[in-house]
Design a protein around this ligand. Structure first.
Ligand code: ADP
Ligand code: MG
Length: 728
């Protein structure tokens, strides 16, 4: 899902701009700023103003109070004294004593002591930001962000001026690019280039109807705000624009699907589905019934269905999809079911055959490596409507695979398939109805935004007979008792996963690697157990062999990387151990946990992490960035312990990653935005979405002259994203 980015139009290279030069250009390039227009679009990450700046006294009051302290507090202070540690006394920090009109505080630096001692003098004014704390009765910041201020600026802020602050990387600092110098740089180029570099991308009509600032004005306000209100308008405009183009992409996709040939109107009162329902040993959950009804409503109409079925692993999506397939079969149509791996396809085929025993339905599997003869027979049967359900992987796309009457397609695990493959499969039927199953829930509030081109059904309820998986955090120093527990479970006849973050030892990250630990567990820890190793760099058939052995209980403990995230059901596996759990994204941890809890036994998910996480939050982290990261890690682990609800997990995940934060995005299937905060910008999302869908209906080819700016921007962004896709 690409966003309609306008960055990096090949214009005037930055290094020829006065005051930049090759070194600074290189530092900016690392941040994605290559051209003048990129620079103009390099928007501030925060602002200093009367509202955001606190006094030291107020900070102390917040720390003492119940309300809690914001993660980041900004204060304006003057340096009083510098306490520089003498000699090479190792760990002693540099302490800056600072003050404002209301009190005093310490700034503590463990690293870069000599640099700070040289670069800062008593009497200088600073804006500092970071999480404050009280240590031995004194207010302090450890490694805050520090920016030198001019006395005039300081006064300006108190008189209501708003000063933008830009992201400054280590590399930028090393070539003298501070927030302040970036401000200057933008000032020098702004007037000269703003007109020609930043074209309006919205139509006059949209600007008027939605009360939006024109592009140039908005960008001007972002860099040089006149007032809080004007700045707010500018931000609104940027968010609207970003969302508008995102939603426009979805709207066009939906329109394209709609306007092609009509689909099939099934008679949904079929015998077969009724018969299966009666034969089940359980009743469908309310959520399953609701999802099934939504699907059947689509199937009954001639409009081709394009529906996403979301639900946690084990929520019972498969049975719902099967009931829908039976309806199609009752109407004389064939079904295709696609899985991301051969072994998953195999498992689906087995489940279908088991569930449909005694039904007059032929289920076949199309896998690689079939004997020529067998394959030809299979394809013949398929062409002659002797096969009702064909299960397979990408192999289903091959040209010689022809259906007599393909009417319904189920795709398992949508995030493993691209749009292109989906389209290829659609071409094999008249216009089959398509159901995509996903075990990666995203927050309900976002489904509309993100899957605007699909209809969505949600199964948000687990069958009542499930035992919830017990999740716990274990610290590395106490891991021996965990291994005892593993041994105990194996003795009871159950199986265990142990997951590591990387395949091979990486010195840089000091992470435990699966390969290395496989050796260790085999030699030292579990010499008496049968161990297996599974990682992403094995050939696919090696992986499938290992999984097969695990399924057949030839392996007790499977040491693996995250490749097990999308895997087959091993109902007998009862323990999921995750090492270096702090390194995983929340959605990923949840997916991994879903590998257990498939059978009748109580299952466990054990998250191993470093001991220092236990008391990390209180004291002595050297750097802010790291500290924030660790705080987020701890909240992720805690969330895993607190809930097994995939939708809640995805909400917390989203909250933990603010906008512009890349960690874990790909796994959770949520796109990145530059300006939009998906949590807080709900109303703008709805407004932009409505505008985009209305436009796509009103002017589907963007031919109207008034929509010219939108057309240019949209096509330009498409072209660029295609170009990137080819390069990447
Ligand atoms: P998903 O595809 O969502 O991961 P499955 O369809 O594989 O979930 O269901 C997991 C297991 O739960 C299967 O063995 C299935 O037969 C069973 N199941 C499905 N629905 C129910 C229900 N309503 N009550 C009890 N068991 C159910
Ligand atoms: Mg499943």
């Amino acid at each position: 899902m690409g966003k309609a980015s306008e960055k990096s139009k090949p214009t005037f290279p930055l290094q020829y701009v006065k005051g930049i030069g090759p070194a600074r250009a290189a530092a900016l390039a690392e941040e994605g700023v290559h051209t003048i227009s990129d620079l103009l679009l390099y928007t501030p990450r925060a602002y200093l103003d009367r509202r955001t700046v606190l006094t030291l006294r107020k900070t102390c009051m917040l720390l003492a109070g119940e309300e809690g302290v914001p993660d980041e507090v900004t204060v304006l202070v003057e340096i009083k004294r510098m306490n520089v540690p003498v000699g090479r006394s190792g760990r002693k920090p540099l302490v800056m004593r600072v003050a404002d009109a209301t009190g005093e505080a310490n700034l503590v630096f463990f690293q870069g002591v000599r640099y700070f001692a040289r670069a800062y003098q008593p009497g200088e004014l600073l804006a500092i930001s970071g999480p404050p704390e009280i240590y031995e009765g004194v207010l302090q910041w450890i490694h805050p962000e520090v920016e030198k201020m001019k006395r005039e600026e300081n006064e300006l802020i108190h008189s209501g001026r708003i000063i933008p602050r830009y992201r400054e990387t280590q590399k930028m600092k090393s070539v003298g690019l501070s927030s302040r110098s970036i401000r200057k740089l933008i000032e020098t180029v702004f007037e000269k280039y703003v007109k020609e570099e930043l074209k309006e991308r919205l139509s006059d009509r949209l600007l008027e109807e939605h009360n939006l600032l024109p592009k140039g004005d908005a960008i001007r306000q972002l860099h040089f705000p006149d007032s809080e209100e004007r700045l707010e308008c500018a931000r609104y405009r940027m968010k609207f624009e970003e969302l508008f183009f995102f939603e426009l992409g979805l709207a066009f996709r939906k329109e394209t699907v709609k306007t092609e040939q009509p689909g099939i109107a099934f008679n949904v009162q079929g015998e077969l589905a009724r018969k299966l329902l009666d034969s089940l040993s359980f009743e469908l959950t309310g959520a399953q019934k609701r999802a099934l009804k939504e699907i059947l409503d689509n199937m009954g109409s001639p409009q081709p269905m394009n529906r996403l079925l979301q639900g946690d692993v084990g929520s019972g999506k498969t049975i719902v999809s099967l009931l829908a397939m039976l309806v199609a079969i009752d109407n004389g149509y064939q079904c295709a079911m696609m899985a991301p791996t051969e072994i998953l396809a195999e498992q689906h085929a087995q489940t279908l055959r088991r569930t449909l025993e005694g039904f007059p339905i032929k289920i076949e599997q199309l896998v690689g490596g079939l004997k020529k003869r067998v394959r030809e027979n299979l394809l013949y049967d398929l062409r002659n409507n002797n096969v009702q359900i064909l299960v397979g992987t990408h192999a289903l796309f091959q040209d010689d695979v022809e259906f007599a009457k393909l009417g319904f397609v189920v795709i398992d695990e949508q995030h493993r398939f691209g749009v292109k493959e989906r389209a290829a499969l659609m071409e094999k039927g008249a216009m089959p109805d398509t159901l995509i199953m996903s075990a990666t829930p995203i927050p309900r509030t976002l489904t509309m935004t993100l899957y605007g081109d699909l209809d969505v059904s949600v199964i948000d309820e687990l069958p009542a007979n499930r035992k919830p998986i017990k999740t716990a955090i274990r610290f590395e120093s106490a891991v021996d008792s965990l291994w005892d527990f593993v041994r105990h479970e194996v003795r009871e006849g159950r199986q265990v996963y142990i997951v590591y973050p990387l395949v091979e030892k990486s010195e840089k990250l000091e992470l435990k690697s699966a390969v290395e630990h496989y050796e260790y567990h085999k030699e030292t820890n579990f010499p008496d157990l049968r161990l297996g190793l599974l990682h992403g760099q094995m050939f696919w058939y090696e992986k499938e062999e290992i999984m097969q052995d695990f399924l057949e209980k030839k392996i007790d403990v499977l040491i693996a990387t995250t490749v097990v995230e999308v895997g087959i059901d091993i109902p007998n596996a009862s323990v999921m151990v995750i090492e270096n759990a702090e390194r995983f994204g929340l959605s990923q941890l949840h997916q991994l946990r879903g590998r257990v809890g498939r059978g009748k036994d109580q299952s466990y998910c054990m998250l191993i992490t470093k001991d220092h996480f236990r008391y990390q939050m209180r004291r002595g982290m050297p750097q802010n960035e790291q500290r924030k990261e660790r705080a987020a890690s701890i909240r992720r682990l805690q969330a895993m312990v607190d809930t097994t609800d995939g939708f809640k997990i995805s909400e917390i995940d989203l909250e933990l990653r603010g906008p512009g934060d890349m960690v874990g995005t790909r796994q959770s299937g949520i796109p990145e935005f530059d300006h939009v905060n998906l949590i807080t910008d709900g109303p703008i999302i709805a407004e932009a979405r409505e505008a985009a869908f209305a436009l796509a209906t009103d002017d589907p080819k963007l031919n109207k002259p008034e929509n010219r700016p939108i057309r240019d921007a949209y096509l330009g962004a498409m072209k660029r994203s295609l170009k990137y896709a080819e390069v990447g």
